[in-house]
Design a protein around this ligand. Structure first.
Ligand code: AMP
Ligand code: MN
Ligand code: MN
Length: 338
């Protein structure tokens, strides 16, 4: 296998295994504003490689969010160092586009000779030299479970727990339609390997800071619904973030509250970011209304039923554009039933 592939290559688990075996030093990266799948994937693969005696750095542009600090081994997650690291291989996990790794993280990885891209986003343009993209997988963590088990890599307690958190958080606690029998079989296997399911669920879901509930109260005050009841949306203003001293991860998963409304097929969360951009988070309950397609109209991406955008503000304009695109798609589906 050549050191530098010129054209992106779809790689099998076995081929990724050869690359992992043939190299000694790795930088493992995940996306900005990391979620459970991003950090969980870094820990899962990172600790498997460390157990093989490899040199591994786990770098995230925004560092470790407070809500995931309970994860075993999470103190190994670092923000990017100022100077590029001397590593042979960079591995991007759970990251739909290369810029979503963040500028500082990309700089830290800039000396890597080889890029691996392991992900489950259908919109991923395969920016690695070797790409393992499985859009049928509910989480990148599940791809890594397959990788670790098929290659016979060590399943350390850190990797085992991290895979569970990755998959649990990306499936809304094993609820979304992307969850399959294989996902539950994987979870059963992790429990057999010693995972404490009650404890890990409690740490993941039953330990919210009070300000998260104050945020929910503020969001509920902005809740709106389209006349037909199909689209529900709420929004987070800059001032609320300041008043409540919010952290980026505080809103993680709250969109499920409005997604759960009877009759609602599309839930949207608009957020004013400190840099003036608008973060848009979308969920669909109807695969005919593919929110990844809508996100891609605005240079965002994700999955058919869960996608996101970062777009220019102000909030009012972003809202108008995105809601218009959603309404157009809803009307198409209503009129053609496609
Ligand atoms: P979120 O709404 O932030 O939970 O994101 C939903 C899904 O869309 C996740 O899988 C994200 O990784 C993906 N996603 C969110 N924002 C973007 C973006 N700006 N570009 C590409 N993918 C995104
Ligand atoms: Mn993610
Ligand atoms: Mn994911």
């Amino acid at each position: 296998m050549s050191e530098t592939a010129n054209t992106p290559v779809d790689a099998s688990i076995a081929e990724i295994g050869e690359i992992l075996k043939a190299h000694q030093s790795f930088i493992i990266l995940s996306h900005i504003r990391p979620d459970g799948d991003a950090i969980g994937s870094q820990l899962a693969l990172g600790f498997a490689l460390m157990a093989l005696g490899k040199s591994v750095r786990l770098i995230n542009e925004d560092g470790l969010p407070e809500n995931l600090a309970f994860m075993k081994g999470s103190d190994r997650i670092e923000t990017p160092p100022a100077e590029p690291l001397d590593v042979e291989v960079a591995i991007a996990l759970d990251t739909a586009t290369k810029p979503r790794l963040g500028d500082n993280a990309l700089h830290a990885a800039s000396k890597a000779k080889l890029w691996l891209n392991i992900d489950h986003h259908i919109s991923n343009p395969k920016y690695g030299d070797y790409n393992l993209i499985d859009a049928t997988s509910p989480a990148t963590g599940q791809i890594l479970y397959d990788l670790i088990t098929e290659l016979g890599l060590p399943m350390t307690p850190e990797s085992r727990d991290a895979i569970y958190v990755a998959v649990s958080t990306d499936t809304g606690s094993f609820q979304y339609p992307s969850t399959t029998a294989k996902t539950y079989e994987m979870a059963a296997d992790l429990i057999r390997k010693g995972l404490n399911v009650g404890e890990i669920n409690s740490k993941t879901y039953d330990d919210s800071p009070y300000r998260r509930l104050e945020l929910m109260r503020a969001l509920l005050n902005t809740l709106e619904r389209s006349d037909d009841g199909i689209v529900a949306h709420w929004e987070l203003h800059d001032q609320t973030r300041i008043d409540l001293d919010l952290r980026p991860e505080d809103s993680e998963g709250l969109i499920d509250v409005i997604r759960a409304i009877r009759g609602v097929q599309i839930a949207v969360f608009f957020e004013e970011l400190p840099d003036g951009k608008i973060r848009v988070s979308m969920r669909s309950k109807d695969k005919r209304i593919d929110v990844c397609q809508i996100a891609m109209q605005f240079k965002g991406g994700g999955h058919a039923l869960a996608a996101g955008i970062r777009m220019p503000g102000p909030l009012k304009d972003a809202k108008a554009l995105v809601l218009e695109a959603i309404t157009q798609r809803v009307n198409e589906v209503k009129s053609t039933g496609l």
